[in-house]
Each structure stands twice: as C-alpha cells, then as structure tokens.
Design a protein around this ligand. Structure first.
Ligand code: SAM
Length: 215
C-alpha cells in the first residue's frame, strides 16, 4: 500500500473542451482547489478560479514529483481532458501515489461525444489511441480487421492520412470513416468519408476518427 498523503490529489475529467460539458461536481471541486495543474487549454476554462495555476509540461516524472510536493500543504486538483480513465495521465499519478490518495472525478470523454454526434452506440466499439505514440498503425489495422466499429484518438503525426493509407494498403477500402473534429468547440465539424476520399481530406485540430464496417 502507498504511503498516505496529507491531502488527497483530486483528478478531474474536464470533458471535451467546452464549459457546457464540465459536470457540476467537477466545477465544485475545482472551486475549492488551492492549486490547479493542467494544460494551458484546460486552465483557461477556469480563469475565474483564484487558485494558483501550473501548466503541465511533458516531463511526467517531474510533474508527479511536483504534484506530490504541492499536495503536502495544498488542496491540489489535476485537470485532464475528457475522462481520466480513458487514455490520460491520470493512470501515471494513480500508479505512483495509489488510488487511496486520489479522488478521481469522471468527465465526458471525446469518444462519448463523437458517438453521440454520429448517432451510434459505443458499447460495441473498440478503442485505439495513436495520440503521442510512435506510429502503431499495424495495431490499428489489426483492430479494424477484427472489429466492425473502431474509434481512434489521433494527433498531428498519427493522422487521418496515415490511417486512410494504412487501410488502403491492407485492402480495407470499403470501410466508412467519420471524422469528428473539435468536438464541443468553435470549429466543431462532423464528416463522413469513404477511405479513398478520407486520404485527401483536410482536417484541423483535435479529432476522433470512427471506422465502421457497415456490411
Ligand atoms: C490524450 S487523449 C485524451 C483523451 C481524453 N481522456 C478523453 O476522454 O477524451 C487526447 C486525444 O483525445 C481526442 N480529443 C480530445 N478532445 C477532443 C475534442 N474536443 N474533439 C475531438 N477530439 C478530441 C483527440 O484525439 C486527442 O488527440
């Protein structure tokens, strides 16, 4: 069992980015914080909260040391996008300090919003994150071959073009692709493509890609 911290660390899921999708309880806990840690984008959502703010950088080891040290004398809230249990650094914090030293507050995930936007269920979907990873396109292709509904988190490198090329190379040209861009944000756009036209599509910003085998 991990050593007990003086104050529990609160990890809050902030939803896909718009204030309207932040839950009432998440807001309540953030208002009580002495220190808030998160990306610049998420911290901006709470510019009205007086707590001291810290921008996360990619050095997660240092980040966790800082969170633990701040929690000795502060009520610390760590902001994550979407839901903490879905491809977020909440796992790193919980693995390091133990779940008994954390309160985890769920949020609305980008994939929930993506499936709501296209009017499909997600209980039967399979999920892959290519976000911030070395291209694992072969892992994605395996999933697409084995499942008729796959949702993918992307980034600038592991993007739609790479995915569409991978599908075409494997003869999976009959899949249907939905691109859900900037969900809940100003430039939200939901589009449907076949694999060939997806190769040429231009996309901007955060996006979730859903690959369907409709046959
Ligand atoms: C590190 S993952 C975090 C996922 C998050 N925990 C969740 O539940 O949505 C970041 C990826 O989530 C997706 N994402 C997050 N917010 C989004 C949004 N507003 N619109 C579209 N995709 C989003 C993108 O694929 C992005 O690269």
């Amino acid at each position: 069992m991990a050593k007990k911290l003086v104050n529990k660390i609160t990890i809050v899921g902030c939803g896909p980015g718009s204030k309207k999708y932040i839950t009432g309880y998440a807001r309540q806990r953030i208002k009580k914080a002495d220190a808030i840690i998160g990306s610049r984008r998420l911290l901006e959502l709470f510019s009205d909260v007086e707590a001291e703010k810290f921008v996360i950088n990619k050095n997660y080891k240092l980040l966790i040391t800082r969170i633990i040290s701040l929690s000795r004398s502060n009520n610390v809230v760590v902001l994550v996008s979407g839901d903490p249990g879905f491809f977020s650094y909440a796992k790193l914090i919980i693995d390091k300090v133990g779940v008994e030293n954390c309160e985890v507050i769920p949020g609305i995930s980008s994939v929930q919003l993506a499936f709501a936007a296209i009017g499909k269920t997600w209980n039967d979907a399979c999920f892959v994150s290519l976000h911030g990873r070395k291209a694992e396109i072969s892992t994605l292709i395996k999933k697409v071959k084995g499942h008729s509904k796959v949702a993918v988190l992307t980034d600038n490198t592991n993007n739609l073009k790479l995915i569409a090329n991978g599908l075409l190379n494997e003869g999976l040209k009959d899949r249907k692709i939905y691109i859900c861009e900037n969900l809940s944000l100003d430039k939200e756009r939901i589009r449907e493509f076949d694999v060939l036209s997806a190769q040429k599509a231009r996309i901007r910003g955060l996006n979730v890609i859903i690959i369907l085998d409709d046959e």
